[in-house]
Ligand binder design. Sequence first.
Ligand SMILES: O=C(O)C[C@H]1C=CC(=O)O1
Ligand SMILES: [Mn+2]
Length: 376
Amino acid sequence: MTYPESRIERVEVLILDVPTIRPHQLSVATMRQQNMVLVRIRCGDGIVGWGEASTIGGLAYGEESPESMRANIETYMVPILAGADAANPAARMNDLRSRLQGNRFALCALETALFDAQARRLGVPLSALFGGRVRDSLPIAWTLASGDTARDIDEAERMLDLRRHNVFKLKIGKRPVRADAAHVAAIKRALGDRASVRVDVNQAWSETDAVLGMRLLHDAGADLVEQPIAAANHDGMRRLRAMNLVPLMADEALHGPLDAFRLAAGRAADVFAVKITQSGGLTGAQHVAAIAQAADVALYGGTMLEGAIGTIASAQLFATFPSLAWGTELFGPLLLTEEILATPLEYADFALRLPAGPGLGIELDDDKIARLRRRT
Ligand SMILES: O=C(O)C[C@H]1C=CC(=O)O1
Ligand SMILES: [Mn+2]
């Protein structure tokens, strides 16, 4: 059934290349810019919805790149959506998922844009379409990833002074395990009880490395270890968790509800880093959270270092989770040198405040977007 007034008239993919405020060093890539993938859906009733599907370091982190997302959306997904009713996001996503394999990130961008448009149409915040908010602000961690211990300590002190962040995630895994553990210990020693210090290894360790790493990180005072070993090694994750040294968080191992079910059933993680992109969209991420809740796995609101659109879309969903024991890391826009919103997101008192307006609750700066947009 198609309602002509809310039919999908146009779907555009925009890639924005925005420099980061400093190099962001992960074990898999060093980011000097973020290549934001934005989707804009224009509907016959004049409503416009936005979505985002940014990833990290081209193909270094995941199996979709900004360029592949644009090609796949334009070539295979737009023809399925064109002319169909935008007022039913579930039906549109079912049309896509029943005819396409994979492409979680690209589908996330489209689903977000459809939900943004529909929430605007109804005059409610996007969170209302996922059951409503249980909180209006979210705790925000910051990642220390300059590659230099002294610089990381300075950066953390600045964040504490500004009351912007008091939870720090350290990117490790590039250096030998003992050197990384010494880096973590030095930062924790400097910050003491004023901050929570956590690490993300981004799969860099073998299980043998990780057995040593878990012990050293426990002694260093780390509160959480994220994805120390290969995403596919669920049995290894279960064994590391059973060491009972530092709580273990699954990140790259979690590609949506099926992985959530397997990890939960195998008791392979204490915490899930829920990401809307990795889950194939807002609905998939909501299902990941429901599985975690049923299995007594704690939740953390993760990011792919998206800009403002993906960040606030994630925030709209995470605000509906009954429990979010480990907070979130929705700081992506703060890592970028350019603001793409007419009114920037509100970060203060170690938290992100959710906007109250309809849909995503943000307005984009069209001139900025036109200036940053990649021309091919
Ligand atoms: O968690 C990741 O693996 C990706 C990302 C999220 C925060 C950050 O600094 O990197
Ligand atoms: Mn991670």
